[in-house]
Design a protein around this ligand. Structure first.
Ligand code: ATP
Ligand code: MG
Length: 471
């Protein structure tokens, strides 16, 4: 795999500069969105076949041997040029889904509206898409979009040139041709990769109207790659809110995972705040951060740093813990109010607060039940861990959510809540041999009780697992 040792842009800059001089001439920024193909031959770019998944190569060769054009495309090319390890490899071709299916025994066609082919190699899936036409600069009156300019129809097959223009950013619109190992660059993607620029293809306002998730993607790539948004790409962002509100909450949840669970959560938060986009994902958190609510600010930073560290160490992470930490101050405030109003003890008050806070949150990002249930348990564990004396306290050690509950307690203590003594007590108790044994037995019991989640058919392995307990 490729190394991350130093800033890859610095390493590859001389190579890219040579390419740019040779193929693009000077630095005329406006020529980048003009669809003029530039072929960058193998000796002039850094992508080597040894860095490409063997299975992706097999797919490319098989398509080519069947007489079709086949390219690697999108994020994998961007990442390979930057000397990052791609998460997955996507292929674009002029073969139709049925033709792809005929060429591969291990092919599954997915999607009703737009059919994609998944070529399955054990745990690795190579996604193969037929060239599509979808992008339109015509805006409102175009047949592809509704009255607001939102994309309705992107299920029309097209040419390579059309496929380029439906993509979001120049850096995501590079194609690697298996025929001659060249990179095909219609839009100045190589130059933007070299300059560290995120630039939407086409007219930015139209492209955000078509699909407002592109605003979140812009922030995400800026965070992930440490790039800057081109001014024209950043300019419409204060106006995307209205369009982003139309996006299904389930899709926004997927974006939250990519923003906050891919190893660059802290940078993602910074970019979302820079462009004032956080309010569309976590309205109440955004408000608390803007109000400089101290616990929220520190807890959020610690939780995101902790997640980044766990991703770097390849430890399991779960959205349940992420949401439990980000929403904790809301839960705490509401539980105190409800407890006082209705004279409820702490745990039922937390459950009542969780009902409200989760109902509000899932309207923005639809956290599935399999994550909101454990988040509730993590919250409900807090008052139990705060009353730490006696045998009943030790019973908590056997709870399946003990470890995540304890992790939140430690985060809260580190964020300034007066819980340090309790957190230390729980840390020490876990280190005593008898307790360690008790916990190991409880873990075994819990593991036997909970069956592993079934793998979703058609699901694609992407990034670290999101459904394992954070312990
Ligand atoms: P990642 O490393 O996060 O997977 P990626 O660029 O591969 O980044 P994907 O979501 O896997 O992102 O999408 C693959 C490609 O599909 C992108 O590189 C881009 O060309 C295109 N694409 C994805 N989402 C959009 C969108 N909303 N609008 C236009 N093009 C998109
Ligand atoms: Mg991808």
């Amino acid at each position: 795999m490729l190394g991350h040792s130093t800033d890859p842009r610095r390493l590859i800059a001389p190579v890219l500069n040579r390419i740019i001089q040779r193929f693009f001439g000077g630095s005329d920024a406006d020529s980048k969105n003009v669809a003029e193909p530039v072929l960058i031959p193998r000796p002039d770019h850094p992508i080597s076949r040894k860095d490409v998944s063997k299975n992706a190569l097999k797919v490319l060769y098989r398509l080519r041997d069947n007489g079709y054009d086949a390219y690697l495309v999108g994020g994998c090319i961007r990442d390979l040029v930057l000397e990052h390890s791609p998460k997955d490899f996507d292929v674009a071709t002029n073969a139709s889904p049925d033709q792809i299916k005929k060429a591969f025994r291990n092919c599954r066609l997915i999607g009703r509206r737009f059919r994609l082919a998944h070529i399955v190699f054990g745990r690795e899936i190579i996604e193969v898409a037929t060239f599509r036409s979808g992008h339109s600069d015509a805006g409102k009156n175009d047949a592809h979009t509704d009255a607001q300019g939102r994309i309705l129809r992107d299920n029309v097959y097209g040419t390579l040139e059309e496929d380029v223009l439906r993509r979001d950013f120049t850096i995501n619109a590079l194609y690697y041709n298996i025929e001659d190992f060249s990179i095909v660059d219609f839009v100045g993607g190589m130059r933007d990769l070299n300059d560290g620029v995120i630039r939407l293809l086409g007219d930015p306002e139209t492209r955000y109207r078509e699909d407002a998730v592109r605003a979140l993607r812009a922030a995400r790539f800026a965070a992930k790659l440490d790039f800057t948004l081109h001014p024209a790409t950043a300019e419409p962002l204060p106006r995307v809110g209205e369009w982003l509100a139309q996006i299904p909450a389930a899709r926004l949840f997927e974006e939250v995972l990519k923003l906050f669970q891919s190893g660059h959560a802290i940078r993602s938060l910074e970019e979302l705040q820079r462009y004032d986009l956080l309010r569309f994902l976590f309205a109440s958190l955004d408000k608390r951060l803007k109000d400089e609510h101290l616990l929220s600010t520190t807890l959020t930073t610690l939780a995101l740093k902790n997640t980044d560290l766990r991703v770097a160490q390849e430890k399991p992470i779960t959205p349940a813990f992420l949401y439990a930490a980000l929403l904790w101050p809301d839960i705490q405030i509401r539980a105190a109010e409800i407890g006082a109003q209705e004279n409820l003890p702490p745990v039922p008050a937390i459950h009542a607060a969780a009902d409200e806070v989760l109902a509000e949150q899932v309207r923005q990002t639809a956290l599935p039940k399999r994550f909101s249930m454990p988040a509730r348990e993590i919250w409900a564990m807090q008052p139990r861990l705060e009353q730490y004396t006696g045998k009943r306290a030790l019973k908590n050690l056997e709870h399946p959510r003990f470890r995540a509950g304890y992790d939140l307690l430690v985060l809260r203590a580190n964020a300034g809540e007066p819980l340090k003594e309790m957190a230390d007590w729980w840390t020490e108790i876990q280190e005593s041999p008898e307790v360690a044994e008790q916990m190991a037995m409880a873990r075994q019991k819990n593991a036997a009780r909970t069956r592993p989640p079934r793998r979703r058919r058609g699901g694609r392995r992407r990034g670290p697992r999101q459904d394992t307990p954070q312990d």
